[in-house]
Design a protein around this ligand. Structure first.
Ligand code: NAI
Length: 328
């Protein structure tokens, strides 16, 4: 039998945690033949609810689930972690300015980054889901100087999946017919879903659409504001779809992308496409041998350039704000 993979999940008692843990334990994170040990990290007030979730996980008798431990100390929670899913974050409260939000999250992701640096396994891979995801990932990465920077990623796969679904619906095709769509920039309302390199059944998607008005007036805002629309309709934020995207992100990272396709992920910029090196920005990426690679050499038209720049500028502002607060 294989050695179980240690998967640390923060915010385990939250709503994404509840949608995520059962699917991790049933093989949807790493594959149907990889046993996992769950390490649930919560704040002290969340521990009891996490214990309840752990009871339910026991009650599923998942053959792949090799153990569950619960912690409220990041140094213990990340000990030996091969995969870290950083879901728990501080939400924006009433009257909270952006600086307050960044500072509160710096107080979470700084220590978690340090705990990963000091205690995680050598092969640790980190996905930050908790918002503001890109900048939280940057804070964690900068607090983990001994871990290769490319092990820290931020989740834009939910945006990617939303964009694929919208495009497929518009063109009357299935989601599997859509390839090479890209989310650029920040996981925020400025993100840019790009169809200019996307293919639908082998045909260029922008050509198949030939409808720029639909792109700017419907598609881009619908994808970017989908989170708010879900809250409006459901009375709670996206949880099952966010959990699903986290599984997709890690599964792709570890198992690779298909030939002739790519996905979107927030990864450390190497300066490609004019994105300042070191920022954690969403790019088109392929995955192979457990590594993401930024897809190179795409032509960026003026329509895309302006939108990528706007979202990247927001990331620069967030980086400068957390640097000003001494968080990185
Ligand atoms: P939630 O409020 O239901 O759960 C958050 C959990 O995190 C709570 O149980 C809380 O006790 C825990 N927590 C807070 N601070 C913690 C810490 N320092 N260590 C460990 N646990 C901690 O929130 P939900 O709905 O599960 O969402 C979690 C995060 O994911 C939010 O920041 C949300 O904005 C973000 N999100 C990101 C998406 C993306 O596409 N990147 C999509 C949807 C949500």
């Amino acid at each position: 039998t294989r050695t179980p993979v240690n998967v640390t999940v923060t915010g385990a008692a939250g709503q994404i945690g509840y949608a995520l843990l059962f699917r991790i334990a049933s093989g949807h994170l790493l594959g149907p033949d990889v046993p996992v040990k769950l390490r649930l990290l919560e704040i002290p007030q969340g521990v009891k609810a996490a214990e309840g979730t752990a009871m339910e996980l026991d009650d599923c008798a998942f053959p792949l689930l090799a153990g569950i431990d619960i912690f409220d100390d990041p140094n213990q929670g990340f000990a030996g972690a091969n995969i870290g899913l950083l879901v728990g974050a501080r939400p924006r409260g009433p009257g909270m300015e952006r600086g307050d939000l960044l500072a509160a999250n710096g107080g979470i992701f700084g220590p978690q980054g340090k705990a990963i640096n000091d205690h995680a396994a050598d092969d640790v891979k980190v996905l930050v889901v908790g918002n503001p995801a890109n900048t939280n990932a940057l804070i964690a990465q900068r607090n983990a100087p001994d871990v290769p920077a490319d092990r820290f990623t931020a989740m834009t796969r939910l945006d990617h999946n939303r964009a694929v679904a919208q495009l497929a619906k518009k063109l009357g095709v299935t989601v599997s017919d859509v390839k090479k769509l890209t989310i650029w920039g920040n996981h925020s309302a400025t993100q840019y879903p790009d169809v200019f390199h996307a293919e639908v059944n082998g045909e260029n998607a922008a050509k198949a659409l030939s409808d720029d008005a639909w792109l700017s007036d419907y598609f881009i805002p619908t994808v970017a504001k989908r989170g708010a629309a879900i809250i409006d309709a459901r009375g709670a934020s996206s949880a099952a779809s966010a959990a699903n995207a986290a599984l997709d992100h890690v599964f792709t990272w570890t198992n690779g992308t298909a030939d002739g396709d790519w996905t979107s992920a927030g990864v450390v910029s190497d300066g490609s496409y004019g994105v300042p090196a070191g920022l954690i920005s969403s790019f088109p990426v392929t995955a192979k041998d457990g590594k993401f690679e930024i897809v190179q050499g795409l032509d960026i038209n003026d329509f895309s350039r302006a939108r990528i720049d706007a979202s990247v500028n927001e990331l620069v502002e967030e980086r400068d704000a957390v640097a000003g607060l001494g968080l990185i």
